[in-house]
Design a protein around this ligand. Structure first.
Ligand code: GLN
Length: 533
C-alpha cells in the first residue's frame, strides 16, 4: 500500500486540490487503483453547516456526505464515487476520540494529541486505503504548513512515513513562486521558508510543485532543488493553465508520472491519455458559442457554484461549444429588473437557502418562462420556479415556500414531513443519492434515456402534494417522482422550448466525459434558441 501526502506552503488557494486530483489522474491512467482523501483541519464536523462564502460550495456524495468541494474535483478527475469517510476533519477525529474516552476505552490513560489523536488520524487514512483496496492513496492536507490546526495531521503523516516505510510514502509540497514584475525574476525565498518549516516538523518533501504564472525558469528550479534538498527533476512547474483539466498533462510532460512510479516502486501500464486529450481538444476548439445566465446569491465567490461551472464545462467539450457563463446576482435582479438577463441564451438557477435574493430568482424564472428562453432550475431553483408558476399562472398571489414565508396562504413548497421536529442542522437534510422514477415518454425520459435514475439530493423542502393537480392542469408536469409517487423530483413545462427543474442536483454527478444530462440539454436548447433569434 502506497501513500502520497500533499501539503501546501506560503499561501492558501494555490490549487492544491487540482494538484492532488492531477497526480491521482496521472497514476490512474497507468492502470493503478487510486483513491484520494481530503483532510480539513477545521473543527466543524463536516462542511454541511458552512456558508458557501466560507469555503465555496458544499459538495454532496452518493452516501449523503456533505463535504469539501475538493472531493468534487477528485470525483471528476478520477471518475469515481467517494464516501463521507474520504473527508477527514478535526471535528470527526476529536469526536471519535472523546467518545472512546467517555466509554472508558483508554483504560484510565491520559488522552493526548500524541499518540491518541494522531493514531485516530492514521486509523482513518488506513481504513480508506484498505476498504478501497487502493494501490495508491493520495491525502491532501488542507491549510498551509505552519497553521496550528494542521499540526496533528502533519505529525500523523510523519508517523505514517516511519510505519509504512520510506518507499511507501511520498511527500509532495505545493508552494507559490512569486514573480517580481519589474525585474521578471522568480523568487524562491517563500518556498525555501515553507520547506524549512516542514522539515522542522520532521518531513522532507520528495517533490516540490511550484505554482507560478509561467513555467519555472531553469535557475529557479536549480535554486529550489539546492536549497530545499530535492532532486532537480523533482521540482515541477505548475504554470497557469487554460483549464484545470490540462494540469495532469502539464505534469506528465515534466516526467512527474514516471518519477512517482520510480520513487514508490510501482509498475503500471503505458499511460493512456487518448480520451482525456480528445476532451481537451474539444474544449479548446469550439465551433460555436452560447451564453448561459446563472442567477444566484453567491455569485461573487467563484467557487460557490463550482459543480455547475464544471458541469457546463463538461457540456462545452461534448458539444464543442464555448459556454460563456454570466454570473448574475439575484439581489441585483430585484433592484434593476430582468434587463440584466438580456442577451442570454439560457438561464440556470442553482440551489440555495433563505429569502435574500429569492424574489430576483423568481423574476428570472418568470422571464425565462414568458420569453421562451431555455431554463433549468436546480433544487431551490426548481422550488422557486414552482412558486413563480403558482403566483403568475395559477393566480395564487402570495404563493411561496414556507422556508421563506411560513404563513403564506399558498404553501406550494413545504417542509418534508420527516423534517418536522428535526432540530440539529448538521447532516439532517434529505441527502445523497436517491431513486427517481421517470415517466415513460416524457422529456426527462428522452434526456436521461432511462426510467430509473439515482441523483444526489440536499434539501428540507419539497413541492406540496396538495397542489399537484392544479399544477398539472395548467401544464406544469411532474415527470420524475420518488418511488412512493408523492415526492416531486422533476418538472417539465409543456409548450416551451425547454423549461425544466429538478429537486436533485445533477451537477454533482457530472464528469468530464459524462456531462450532466440536464445541463447538456440546457445548452443544446440554448444553441437552438440562439439560432432562432
Ligand atoms: N432551501 C431549499 C431546501 O432546503 C433548497 C435547498 C437547496 O437548494 N440545496 O429544500
Amino acid at each position: 500500500m502506497k501513500y502520497i501526502i500533499v501539503t501546501g506552503g506560503v499561501i492558501s488557494g494555490l490549487g492544491k486540490g487540482i494538484t492532488t486530483s492531477s497526480i491521482a489522474k496521472i497514476l490512474k491512467v497507468r492502470g493503478l487503483n487510486v483513491t484520494a482523501i481530503k483532510i480539513d483541519p477545521y473543527l466543524n464536523y463536516d462542511a454541511g453547516t458552512m456558508n458557501p462564502y466560507q469555503h465555496g460550495e458544499v459538495f454532496v456524495l452518493d452516501d449523503g456526505g456533505e463535504v469539501d468541494l475538493d472531493l468534487g474535483n477528485y470525483e471528476r478527475f478520477l471518475d469515481t464515487n467517494l464516501t463521507f469517510d474520504h473527508n477527514i476533519t478535526t471535528g470527526k477525529v476529536y469526536k471519535t476520540v472523546i467518545e472512546r474516552e467517555r466509554r472508558g476505552e483508554y483504560l484510565g490513560k491520559t488522552v493526548q494529541i500524541i499518540p491518541h489523536i494522531t493514531e485516530e488520524i492514521k486509523r482513518r487514512i488506513k481504513k480508506i486505503a484498505i476498504e478501497t483496496n487502493a494501490d495508491v492513496t493520495i491525502i491532501e492536507i488542507g491549510g498551509t504548513v505552519g497553521d496550528m490546526e494542521s499540526m496533528p495531521f502533519l505529525e500523523a503523516a510523519r508517523q505514517l512515513w516511519i510505519e509504512e516505510g520510506f518507499r511507501n510514502v511520498l511527500f509532495v509540497h505545493t508552494t507559490l513562486v512569486p514573480m517580481l514584475d519589474v525585474v521578471g525574476e522568480q523568487k524562491t525565498k517563500p518556498t525555501q521558508h515553507s520547506v524549512k518549516e516542514l522539515r522542522s516538523l520532521g518531513i522532507q518533501p520528495d517533490i516540490i510543485i511550484g505554482r507560478a504564472k509561467d513555467w519555472l525558469h531553469e535557475d529557479t528550479r536549480r535554486k529550489i532543488s539546492l536549497f530545499c534538498n530535492v532532486p532537480y527533476e523533482a521540482v515541477i512547474s505548475a504554470p497557469d493553465a487554460k483549464s484545470i483539466y490540462e494540469v495532469p498533462l502539464i505534469f506528465e510532460k515534466q516526467g512527474l508520472g514516471e518519477y512517482i512510479m520510480g520513487k514508490l516502486q510501482l509498475w503500471g501500464e503505458n499511460p493512456d491519455w487518448k480520451s482525456w486529450r480528445k476532451f481537451l481538444d474539444n474544449l479548446f476548439n469550439p465551433k460555436d458559442e452560447v451564453t448561459i445566465g446563472i442567477v444566484g446569491k453567491y455569485v461573487h465567490l467563484k467557487d460557490s457554484y463550482i459543480s455547475h461551472r464544471e458541469a457546463l464545462t463538461h457540456v462545452a467539450a461534448k458539444l464543442r461549444t464555448k459556454v460563456n457563463m454570466r454570473w448574475i446576482d439575484s439581489e441585483e435582479v430585484e433592484e434593476k429588473g430582468t434587463s440584466l438577463l438580456e442577451g442570454v441564451h439560457g438561464i440556470l438557477i442553482p440551489g440555495g437557502f433563505g429569502s435574500r435574493g429569492s424574489e430576483g430568482k423568481i423574476m428570472a424564472a418568470r422571464y425565462a418562462r414568458e420569453n421562451n428562453i431555455p431554463f433549468l432550475g436546480v433544487c431551490f431553483g426548481f422550488q422557486l420556479a414552482v412558486v413563480e408558476f403558482a403566483r403568475n399562472v395559477l393566480g395564487y398571489e402570495d404563493a411561496n415556500s414556507t422556508e421563506l414565508h411560513p404563513s403564506t396562504s399558498y404553501p406550494v413548497i413545504d417542509l418534508l414531513p420527516e423534517q418536522r421536529g428535526v432540530e440539529n442542522l448538521g447532516g439532517t437534510m434529505r441527502l445523497g443519492a436517491q431513486k427517481v422514477i421517470i415517466e415513460r415518454g416524457s422529456r426527462a425520459h428522452r434526456i436521461y434515456g432511462k426510467t430509473v435514475i439515482y441523483e444526489r439530493h440536499r434539501h428540507r423542502y419539497e413541492v406540496n402534494p396538495e397542489f399537484i393537480e392544479e399544477f398539472e392542469k395548467h401544464g406544469l408536469h411532474f415527470s420524475g417522482k420518488d418511488e412512493s409517487g408523492t415526492r416531486m423530483e422533476i418538472f417539465e413545462l409543456k409548450d416551451h422550448i425547454f423549461y425544466m427543474g429538478s429537486q436533485f442536483h445533477p451537477e454533482f454527478k457530472s464528469r468530464p466525459l459524462k456531462p450532466s444530462p440536464l445541463h447538456l440539454e440546457l445548452v443544446k436548447k440554448a444553441l437552438e434558441y440562439k439560432r432562432n433569434q
